[in-house]
Write a protein that binds this ligand. Structure first.
Ligand code: G3I
Length: 370
């Protein structure tokens, strides 16, 4: 008798254990990550800081590797880092990033070859157009050639437009003339024949800027120069996401025969007076403008989740036109929005919080695919 009791006990334990495994598997299956959920739709990217590229925090590295299949360097491929002095290049951080991407099987979008901001001091003080041209050509040729076949794509030119769609006044426009954007693509196409070439900007979903952007992109195409895609940065405000403009711009950009990407996605939850992502615009600090230092109230958390869900539904609707959606940072603690347009705030614009925990927005985005 005792033996048969023991047998029944062992058998039922085995069944319970097996069920637990199956349930465990089920839980694991439901626990799919962003890159698994959207793997057949578009790349899911994040911007990485130097610390993240150097794998300083193992928990962050694990999260990045598990969730994303594309990376954009947040700062280390900008001109001030890559060419701090005339014809002196600093390839180390970018090389490290290429290694990181290879190790974790990720695509890299190089950001960025030509941008008016974060230029090395020697360029900012240049008066002579020939010197600017020499820098411009040498910078593009050297860097684009070095990373050809190592990265998927380049933001060849970043933020060349004003809000009304006219060309932004910059050292490049001033010294090289309007055609500098097309020239940048022409140089990149020669130096990096295997790399996709994109134009990247913020607020280009807005009608006036969008129109200017389409004209600019058409000029590149009409010059017979290769243009592979356009990046809508996606620095939007929670509760005020311009869904209609975004959809229209996806359709209009894609009608040019190029890929469309959302390249720097985040949703601001704090009050601010400035729109877009012009790093030169600043606002004075004031405690009333930093209301969520102890975490997000539920109503705002839900608004953020609702907006992210609606955005991803829209991206999925146009997945045949969208090749990548990249968040501008891995978690809230890393976001540039903690320091812009007001320094030292506690912002919450991404899917993972400061302790790397997924927020309700993360689950709402994943639920679309379940
Ligand atoms: O590297 C210096 C460091 O040496 C110094 O000690 C420290 C003190 O402030 O500053 C460090 O530089 C900072 C740099 O990020 C690297 O961390 C700059 O102050 C800071 O202004 C800079 O901000 C970056 C910003 O571009 C600059 O233009 C943000 O991290 C980055 O997220 C942001 O990214 C841009 C995209 O490239 C283009 N689209 C808009 C987007 C948001 O502004």
């Amino acid at each position: 008798m005792k033996a048969s009791y023991l047998f029944v006990f062992l058998l039922s334990s085995a069944v319970i254990w097996q069920q637990a495994c199956v349930t465990g598997k089920k839980v694991q299956k439901q626990n799919i990550t962003l890159k698994q959920a959207f793997g057949n739709d578009f790349l899911i990217g994040t911007a990485l800081s130097l610390d993240q590229i150097q794998e300083k925090n193992p928990e962050e590295t694990a999260l990045i590797a598990e969730q994303f299949n594309a990376i954009t360097p947040e700062n280390i491929m900008k001109a001030e880092v890559m060419q701090p002095q005339w014809n002196t290049f600093n390839f180390e951080p970018a090389d490290k990033m290429v290694e990181f991407a290879r190790k974790y099987n990720m695509k890299v979008n190089g950001h960025t070859l030509i941008w008016h901001s974060q230029l090395p001091a020697f360029v900012r003080s240049m008066k002579d157009p020939d010197s600017v041209r020499q820098f411009f050509e040498n910078h593009i040729k050297t860097i684009a050639a070095r990373y050809d076949k190592k990265i998927l794509s380049w933001d060849v030119v970043n933020e060349a437009l004003n809000e009304d769609g006219t060309m932004r006044l910059s050292v490049f426009l001033e010294k090289l003339g309007e055609n500098y954007v097309t020239e940048a693509f022409r140089l990149a196409q020669v130096a990096a024949p295997h790399t996709e070439l994109y134009y990247n900007d913020y607020n280009i979903e807005q009608p006036a800027k969008r129109k200017g952007c389409i004209n600019l992109l058409k000029k590149i195409q009409q010059a017979g120069v290769r243009l592979d895609g356009v990046g809508i940065q996606g620095h939007w405000l929670a509760g005020k996401v311009p869904f209609k403009d975004i959809e229209e711009s996806i359709l209009e950009f894609s009608a040019l025969g190029i890929k469309v990407m959302i390249t720097e996605l985040d949703l601001e939850v704090l009050p601010r007076n400035v729109q877009g992502a012009d790093v030169n615009q600043r606002q004075a600090s004031n405690p009333a403008l930093n209301p969520y230092t102890n975490g997000l109230p539920d109503s705002v958390q839900q608004q953020l989740a609702k907006d992210y869900e609606a955005l991803f539904r829209l991206f999925l609707k146009h997945k045949d036109k969208i090749s990548r959606v990249t968040f501008w940072g891995v978690h809230d603690g890393q976001s540039w929005l903690n320091d812009w347009p007001i320094r030292g705030r506690t912002n919450h614009p991404l899917l993972f919080d400061r302790s790397l925990k997924p927020k309700p927005a993360y689950y709402r985005v994943l639920k679309i695919k379940s």
